[in-house]
Ligand binder design. Structure first.
Ligand code: KE4
Length: 428
């Protein structure tokens, strides 16, 4: 029964475009009524009708230790008493920058912003300002937020809504965005050959998470690093999703790859609006007010938002065993789903790295956007709703990654696997 969600969705559409403040929440690609959530705790969401769901979205990544993680809640409550914003420098911003630097090897300077989009948008502007070049290379199906430069063959909601060309993004902007298939180094080399000395940056999700989860092919990131060195192109790793999720040092540490600039979001805000970009001083010192690459924000480094992220990051840094637990839980889930799908299911493939996992209803390996888009979305839709009806809330799009939180218990995972078995049996 989702009577209240139906009523609220009808009402929401009177005042909010599509009834949502971010398109992926609208259930457009899976159909049906988006569920309105009232509260959440640990691994569970509770909707307005009182239904409980095991949560595999976790606010699209931030809730790595589960919802309403008590130290974060307490820190927000205490900080808010001292006002919610000053618009001045604060000690907490220094502590946050120092904490990030202590966890990530190649960041000398870091600037806080308010979203992953802002972080990626600012990193691109910095790369262009530093190199004096205009073009960037991004990868089909990767999503770096909704800044104009990125809305070319983008993943996440753009792919979910099958928007080929985003109105409002000028040809001038999109002409400066070159795209290549993920994991295709020859395509990158061709673009560079055709645009010699014009490319400011290559930006990539080190593990793609916006077309489902797609790990880099062996040597792919290393080849990009080499090309950037040779061509004096700024190598930007978008770790908004992977940062502090795949390891305390993110994908860079886990995959042993170093960017020139790295962007963060999600986990560093613990569910509050926080993003960041950082890198070597040689590049970052071009950011205003040190340099002339202007970047700003009224609420950048906001004390209430930062204390949430700082508290969560500290917990992750001080308890590295969390990553082993996350890995074990994700592996357990992977094996359980694999057993069910193999027994009863249709064509499928499961991609996983660390605590990022996704199911693709395809008989082929999913290694780039084309192969992700070739999967059977009709089956995904049925699976999504069959799981939702059984109290398991998956991301409402085949172009998203499942996010595992450490609040999940083995019992939750067993319930999920059992729900998948019933769902697949019902569907087949
Ligand atoms: P935000 O501006 O939404 O905070 O971050 C943009 C962004 C940048 N880079 C990566 C790798 C991202 O995954 C994102 C945002 N992720 C999507 C979910 N796949 C956000 C969900 C939404 O749009 O509501």
């Amino acid at each position: 029964m989702i009577t209240k969600s139906i009523e609220l969705f009808n009402r929401a559409q009177q005042s909010i475009p599509g009834g949502v403040n971010s398109p992926v929440r609208a259930f457009k690609s899976v159909g049906g009524t988006p569920i309105f959530i009232k509260r959440a705790k640990g691994a569970y969401l509770f909707d307005e009708d009182g239904n409980r769901y095991i949560d595999y979205i976790n606010s699209w990544g931030p809730m790595i230790l589960g919802h309403a993680y008590q130290p974060v809640v307490d820190a927000i409550r205490e900080k808010a008493y001292d006002s919610t914003s000053f618009g001045t420098p604060t000690e907490l911003e220094i502590e946050m920058a120092e904490l990030i630097k202590s966890m990530v090897a190649n960041v000398d300077l870091v600037r806080m912003v308010n979203s992953g989009t802002e972080a990626c948008m600012s990193a691109i502007r910095l790369a262009r300002g530093y190199t004096g070049r205009n073009k960037i290379i991004k990868f089909e199906g990767c999503y770096h937020g909704h800044a104009d430069s990125f809305l070319v063959k983008a993943g996440s909601g753009v792919a979910t809504l099958e928007i080929q060309q985003v109105p409002g993004v000028t040809t001038g902007v999109s002409n400066d965005t070159l795209t290549a298939p993920y994991n295709n180094i020859e395509a990158v080399k061709k673009l560079i050959h055709e645009n010699k000395t014009q490319i400011a940056a290559i930006i990539i999700e080190p593990v793609a998470g916006n077309m489902g989860c797609i790990p880099p092919a062996p040597g792919f990131l290393e080849s990009l690093r080499t090309i950037c060195n040779e061509e004096k192109i700024i190598f930007i790793l978008d770790e908004v999703m992977t940062g502090f999720r795949l390891s305390p040092g993110g994908a860079q540490a886990r995959l042993n790859i170093e960017a020139d600039l790295v962007t963060y979001g999600k986990i560093i805000g613990a569910g509050m609006p926080v993003g960041a970009f950082g890198g070597k001083k040689e590049i970052m010192q071009h950011i205003a007010p040190l340099g002339n690459v202007y970047q700003a924000g009224t609420l950048s480094g906001n004390p209430v938002a930062l204390i949430a992220g700082f508290t969560l990051l500290q917990a992750l840094k001080e308890n590295p065993a969390i990553y082993t637990e996350l890995e074990e839980k994700t592996s357990y889930l992977h094996n359980g789903l694999n057993a069910v799908l193999k027994e009863y299911g249709t064509d499928y493939t499961i991609n996983r790295i660390g605590s990022m996992v996704s199911i693709h209803f395809s008989r082929h390996a999913v290694t780039d956007f084309t192969s992700a888009a070739a999967a059977n979305n009709e089956i995904f839709k049925k699976f999504f709703h069959a799981m939702l009806q059984r109290g398991v809330y998956l991301p409402p799009s085949a172009f998203e990654t499942w996010f595992i939180s450490n609040a999940l218990t083995i019992d939750d995972l067993n319930q999920t696997i059992s729900a998948a078995e019933d769902a697949i049996k019902e569907m087949m």
